[in-house]
Design a binder for this molecule. Structure first.
Ligand code: GEK
Length: 247
């Protein structure tokens, strides 16, 4: 498996189309997400560690919007619970194909990993089985806002006692000064990772109708409406955060 450096928005585009998770994106995805999402490697590895605390024997661990399966690999590195299975789901055929290749490579390197199924599907259409860990790692922000509460409610209903949802998202902020500061600092993060101002501007325009962030307060309110009893932020780096939501 090769993955290339992300140069997708490096050349000037006459018109910037909406961002889609196609073959071009899948090919550069590991580089793109690491250079764009502050804290991403720390979040991914620690989702594995957290999952180790919440996993219950005989349940499913879901990686929803798995892309290339980084979270699935972390779950398999850290969770030792008996009779668990990982179900990694994404609706991008290009992502799913490469995800399967990465997981075959992990299988070839390590023994006694949890069994995994990678499914090409819309997470909005899933019939959830009893689950102890559900990871939505930067996926909910791509779901139409009017579908988010219902999805979270169905996840909540599938969670067994002792389980948890781990939800990572880009945040927006009600206070304009806080929004402006964290946006500027995120730009600095991207520049420090080698993105030009043209790449940053074109990517922003591609993603603005596709990735719709919420504030931390909106997440809390929606998770409560979906039936979660407690929401605990465990990580934030600039305008990116990860929450644990308990049933
Ligand atoms: C990671 N979790 O590396 N059904 C299934 N998949 C979807 C849907 C949907 N309705 N909508 C979007 N996706 C990963 C990173 S990326 C985040 C997740 C990002 C998928 C989409 O195809 C893409 O692979 C993923 O959600 C979002 O930890 O690129 O910022």
């Amino acid at each position: 498996m090769t993955h290339d450096p992300d140069r997708l928005f490096a050349a000037p585009l006459a018109a910037v189309p909406d961002f889609v998770f196609n073959e071009d994106v899948a090919r550069v995805f590991p580089d793109m997400i690491k250079r764009s999402v502050p804290g991403y490697p720390t979040i991914v590895e620690n989702i594995g560690v957290l999952a180790g605390q919440f996993a219950q024997p005989g349940t499913v661990l879901y990686d929803l919007g798995c892309s290339l399966g980084a979270v699935t690999q972390a779950l398999r590195r850290h969770v030792k619970s008996e009779r668990c299975q990982v179900l990694a789901v994404d609706n991008s055929a290009a992502m799913v194909e490469r995800c399967r290749e990465y997981l075959h490579a992990q299988d070839a390197m390590f023994q006694e990993l949890l069994p995994v199924e990678v499914r090409e599907a819309d997470i909005l259409a899933l019939q959830f089985q009893p689950a102890s860990v559900v990871a939505l790692n930067f996926t909910l922000q791509f779901i139409a806002p009017e579908c988010r509460t219902d999805l979270l409610a169905r996840i909540r209903q599938s969670l067994v006692p002792g389980g948890a949802l781990i939800l990572s998202e880009k945040l927006c902020f009600d206070d304009p000064a806080e929004q402006a500061l964290l946006t500027e600092l995120h730009l600095a993060f991207k520049r420090a990772n080698g993105y030009s101002d043209l790449e940053i501007a074109q990517k922003r325009s591609a993603i603005e109708n596709v990735l719709i962030p919420d504030s931390l307060d909106s997440h809390r309110a929606r998770l409560q409406e979906a039936g979660f009893s407690r929401v605990v932020p465990w990580f934030q780096c600039l305008n990116f955060a990860s929450l644990i939501a308990l049933p």
